[in-house]
Design a protein around this ligand. Structure first.
Ligand SMILES: [Zn+2]
Ligand SMILES: [Zn+2]
Length: 361
């Protein structure tokens, strides 16, 4: 009897170590994933840029681009808006986690560590209690223990094959509790950087939530379609559209065979009797009014004729006149001359106009 008792207990020591190792790995992962979700949720509540939809996010991005006056970031945004929006989200999350709200983020992490520790202790108590009162074996213990944890932790397969002789479950519980102490110590040293190693990252959660929409750009001015459904043209038979277009100078559109940049807004063009060549090489001229006939890039865009010109993009063109000329190898001369009243807007007015623009359009 005493021999089997000792043997059972040494089995319990080995088995307890195995369980603790599995717990250690899965607790770190569970805490990091839960913290990533919590942080993304926290940022959605406290950051106006993340609190609504992509349209609102874009407004905040445009504000930040104007504040920084970073031409290269503007160009990335114009050529590849999704890339720039993702970079904006990543930068904000980084600032949140490493700077301004580091303590709040750490509090969330610590709370999740506490919660999971309590849960494991409870599961350990309940499983052991159940097996002792029902005279169960190690198979039953594993089944119960896993069942208590299954919503929060994935322990993987636990093989009981060589542990059938474990019969003192209170002893097993104590062994695991000893192991849990060192797990707790390790978890208390966990840093926010650890989160970056796992599948769920707060920036990626926000990107998935906010960027899963249409990213097509206007064939004239590269304004981004604001539809929230990715394949809306095919799925819902709805055209691409956008409430605010830009001066075509933003996209480097120019008059054929000249370096004269075209500064007109595409919404103004489609209200006019003017015409355009759809691309650099085509000989065919199309009326702006009939832009949809100009090819597949144009066919699914709904551009409403409108005299509205956005102060923001006017400010951008004036502010970066020289840089745009260099970037596109064009010039604001001849038909591309900038009207004097365009230069009147200040950066503050441009930024303010975004609120108006996004509220009313
Ligand atoms: Zn446009
Ligand atoms: Zn679209």
């Amino acid at each position: 009897m005493s021999k089997s008792f000792c043997k059972g207990n040494s089995s319990a020591v080995v088995f307890g170590e195995m369980i603790c190792e599995k717990l250690r790995v899965s607790i770190v992962e569970a805490v990091c994933n839960k913290t990533a979700i919590d942080l993304a949720g926290e940022m959605k509540c406290s950051y106006p840029a993340f609190s609504e939809n992509r349209l609102n996010l874009e407004k905040h991005l445009l504000k930040s681009l104007a504040e920084k006056e970073d031409f290269d970031a503007f160009i990335t945004y114009i050529r590849n808006p999704k890339k720039q929006v993702e970079a904006f989200i990543k930068a904000r999350v980084n600032t949140y986690m490493s700077g301004e709200s580091k303590d709040a983020a750490l509090d969330i992490l610590r709370k999740n560590v506490d919660d999971i520790n309590k849960l494991v202790s409870q599961a350990l108590f309940d499983a052991t209690n159940q097996v002792t009162t029902q005279n169960g074996d190690i198979y039953m213990w594993v089944k119960e223990f896993s069942r208590f944890l299954k919503d929060k932790l994935t322990l993987g397969t636990i093989s009981c094959q060589n542990f059938g002789d474990i019969n003192n479950f209170d002893f097993l519980k104590e062994e695991i509790e000893k192991g849990l102490i060192s797990i707790k110590e390790e978890m208390n040293r966990l840093s926010l950087d650890k989160i970056k190693e796992f599948r769920l990252r707060p920036d990626q959660i926000l990107i998935d939530q906010l960027c899963d929409c249409c990213w097509e750009t206007c064939p004239f001015c590269r304004a981004v379609c604001t539809n929230t459904v990715k394949d809306h043209v095919i799925k819902d038979k709805i055209d691409h559209s956008c409430p605010f277009h830009r001066s075509k100078a933003v996209n480097g559109v120019h008059y054929r065979n000249t370096t004269e940049i075209s500064i007109n807004f595409c919404t103004t063009e489609v209200a006019s009797d003017r015409s355009f060549y759809p691309d650099g090489v085509s000989e065919e001229l199309f009326l702006y009014k009939d832009y949809r006939k100009a090819g597949p890039r144009f066919a699914n865009w709904s551009i409403t004729p409108d005299e509205y010109t956005s102060k923001y993009w006017i400010w951008f063109v004036c502010k970066f006149k020289k840089r745009l000329e260099e970037h596109y190898g064009l010039s604001f001369t001849g038909r591309g001359e900038i009207p004097p009243k365009w230069t009147e807007f200040t950066k503050e007015e441009a930024i303010q106009s975004l609120d108006e623009m996004y509220r009313t359009r």
